[in-house]
Design a binder for this molecule. Structure first.
Ligand SMILES: *[C@@H]1O[C@H](CO)[C@@H](O)[C@H](O)[C@H]1NC(C)=O
Length: 348
């Protein structure tokens, strides 16, 4: 009882925090923690040695570096475009292009999908060369990778319109917010708040050792036990599957094949395929995540009212269908899968 009250006050304090750029800290830490649970057991010590972030208790976590990329974003300005992928002319909810005939905005190797490929390749080379724990490039690449795989699962990090909906103003309860920030932070905080503390019951020690006594631990327990092991058990393999053939060149005969300027083989291969994984997440913006009412009166009128998103129809759907829980779970599982694959070659 006492604990529940404490948790509630911690969470209401959390929900007052200003919104940030990218899944808030909660989202990124949840993704990193889920990933840690799915790592091959011998890998974490190597990651910790290069992250060099062992604290006094001699523990180390991926969660503790999961928001580093946001913290250095202003200092390392070149890295800012690596947090998202905006297709030219993408205009949800009416038109979803990913990327479409004109490719991505900005440099073609300067978006979240290319950055996941870049950092994965760098880590792969690092492992091939013996995993030198003092290598600053590997440390940076790992921290970026942990963050970018999270960002890729926030649908508005993939939306080209209005800077990923950063310029779209809405109401969340009695607060004004932009649509992008609602998804970075508010929907995650809501998912944490909605998770009952019954999930406090302990799991296997090999899982428990990765939890940190954080307010979002019950959410992680729920995702692992009810989500990944039950509700999504049948689709788990598909989350980390990559099609063997490049989809833009498969098929044949008289089938018309769309050939975008940008080709998925620049980021995807049969093992790791950020573009393939991101495509259905981007499609969510056209399906329902970018509310259609925003383009209709009175919400599209100058000086019109702001659309309320904390409603049964919108926020309620997110809660009931475990939309955020699933995105965070997919991100965590894919992050673990990438790291496990990179290290599977160790010593070869
Ligand atoms: C690839 O990642 C490294 C390590 O973080 C970074 O220094 C480099 O600029 C990245 N390259 C591109 C093209 O993003």
């Amino acid at each position: 009882m006492k604990f529940t009250l404490l948790l509630t006050s911690v969470l209401s304090a959390l929900s007052l925090l200003p919104s940030t750029h990218a899944w808030g800290q909660e989202g990124h830490q949840i993704v990193a923690t889920i990933a840690e649970v799915y790592l091959q057991p011998n890998i974490l010590p190597t990651l910790c040695s290069v992250l060099n972030n062992q604290n006094a208790a001699n523990t180390c976590s991926l969660a503790s570096v999961a928001s580093w990329a946001d913290q250095i974003r202003n200092k390392m300005k070149w890295s800012a475009p690596l947090h998202y992928a905006n297709a030219v002319a993408d205009h949800p909810p009416q038109l979803c292009l990913f990327p479409g005939a004109k490719g991505w905005e900005g440099r073609q190797d300067g978006n979240v999908l290319a950055a996941i490929r870049n950092t994965t390749d760098l880590l792969y080379q690092w492992v091939q060369q013996g995993s030198d724990p003092s290598d600053p490039v590997a440390s940076e690449a790992l921290k970026f990778l942990i963050h970018f795989v999270g960002d890729m699962h926030q649908p508005f990090h993939l939306a080209g319109r209005e800077r990923g909906a950063n310029e779209v103003h809405v109401h969340w309860g009695n607060k004004k917010a932009n649509l992008h920030a609602v998804w970075d932070t508010q929907v995650v905080v809501r998912a944490v708040e909605n998770t009952p503390s019954q999930w406090e019951k302990p799991l296997a020690p090999a899982v428990e050792e990765h939890l940190h006594g954080s307010p979002y631990d019950p959410l992680i327990r729920k995702v692992l036990v009810q989500g990944i092991s039950q509700t999504w058990a049948d689709e788990f393999d598909s989350w980390i599957h990559c099609p063997a053939a490049n989809p833009s060149t498969s098929g044949g005969g008289d089938q018309i094949v769309f050939q975008p300027q940008w080709k998925p083989d620049e980021t995807d291969d049969e093992f790791i395929c950020p573009w393939n994984w991101a495509t259905p997440i981007h499609q969510l913006t056209c399906d329902w995540v970018w509310p259609k009412q925003l383009d209709e009166p009175p919400y599209n009128e100058n000086g019109g009212p702001l659309l309320q998103l904390d409603t049964e129809e919108y926020a309620g759907k997110i809660t009931e269908e475990w939309v955020v829980e699933k995105l965070l779970a997919m991100a965590g599982v894919r992050l673990a899968s990438i790291i496990n694959l990179v290290f599977a070659q160790q010593g070869h």
